[in-house]
Design a protein around this ligand. Structure first.
Ligand code: NAP
Length: 242
């Protein structure tokens, strides 16, 4: 059975490994945004498909029998394309999406609809910002010239950027002690994150709670209504039932 995994996440890599062991023919697809991505086992293709039409053509050409959209919760466009392509071809589609993070006692979270709203909240919350929302969309913060930013991302961020900033290139998993030290060392007084969920990047939230630092959490964009698995085991079950 041929399975396409739309990837770019730890869950996508874990799913590819399990299905590969079970002798499925798996192709993992990456957008090609990251210069040196962590690669899943098995076959990998890199780059966009060319919208819905391109994806439909690719699925037919490769005789795909099941698609798992395991992309990041904020990768909106590919999710919509996968949904439309599944509808057009009749190929079953599963969304593998880790749950969002949950606020707990001691947290000082402020929810924002998007990066623009996150930027608007910042001047009322702090002056030294730990910005961990990824390298795309940072133009939303570019006019905040009174604030200082520590911008952490995997690859160099796309300009325009806020004038007062330092870029830290790094990738998870992160540990609480190091996040604590990083935030203290840079006198961070507010953190910005997407509600990415998962354990790889959650340590900053624990460190922020311990330090009493407020956190601006950007809500997940809506995704098309399709069958959802919350973890890899559920996704494996779904594939086995195709
Ligand atoms: P996006 O806005 O949803 O997608 C933009 C375009 O990139 C899509 O229309 C598609 O091009 C191509 N694309 C995206 N994911 C692809 C995949 N897995 N395989 C092949 N083509 C893909 O996505 P994005 O937010 O730029 O994210 C790109 C990738 O990075 C995703 O795969 C995601 O899992 C990963 N990622 C994203 C974030 C984030 O915060 N957005 C964080 C961590 C990892 P065509 O229309 O030409 O097919």
């Amino acid at each position: 059975m041929n399975v396409l995994i739309l990837g770019g996440t730890a869950e996508a890599r874990a799913l590819a490994a399990v299905l590969h062991d079970k002798d499925f023919h798996v192709v993992s697809s990456l957008a090609g945004r990251v210069a040196q991505p962590r690669l899943p086992v098995g076959e990998v293709r890199v780059g966009g498909f060319g919208g819905v039409d391109g994806l439909v053509a690719w699925l037919r050409e490769h005789d795909v029998q099941a698609v798992v959209d395991a992309t990041h919760p904020f990768a909106e466009r590919i999710g919509a394309n996968a949904f439309a392509a599944a509808e057009q071809t009749g190929i079953p589609l599963l969304r593998l999406a880790r749950p969002g993070w949950q606020e707990s006692e001691g947290d000082r979270w402020h929810w924002a609809q998007d990066l623009t709203e996150a930027a608007a909240l910042l001047p009322g919350l702090g002056r030294r910002v730990f910005l961990t929302s990824g390298r795309q969309g940072l133009a939303a913060f570019a006019s905040l010239d009174e604030l200082w930013f520590l911008i952490r991302c995997v690859d160099p961020p796309e300009p325009p950027l806020p004038p007062r900033h330092e870029v830290l290139l790094d990738r998870g998993p992160y540990e609480v002690d190091r996040e604590h030290a990083l935030m203290t060392g840079h006198r961070i007084d507010v953190l910005v994150t997407k509600d990415s969920g998962g354990s790889m990047t959650a340590a900053k939230l624990t460190a922020a709670r311990e330090l009493g630092v407020p956190v601006v959490v950007v809500r997940r964009p809506p995704r098309p209504a399709t069958t959802v698995a919350a973890d890899v085991a559920e996704a494996v079950e779904w594939v086995l039932c195709r």
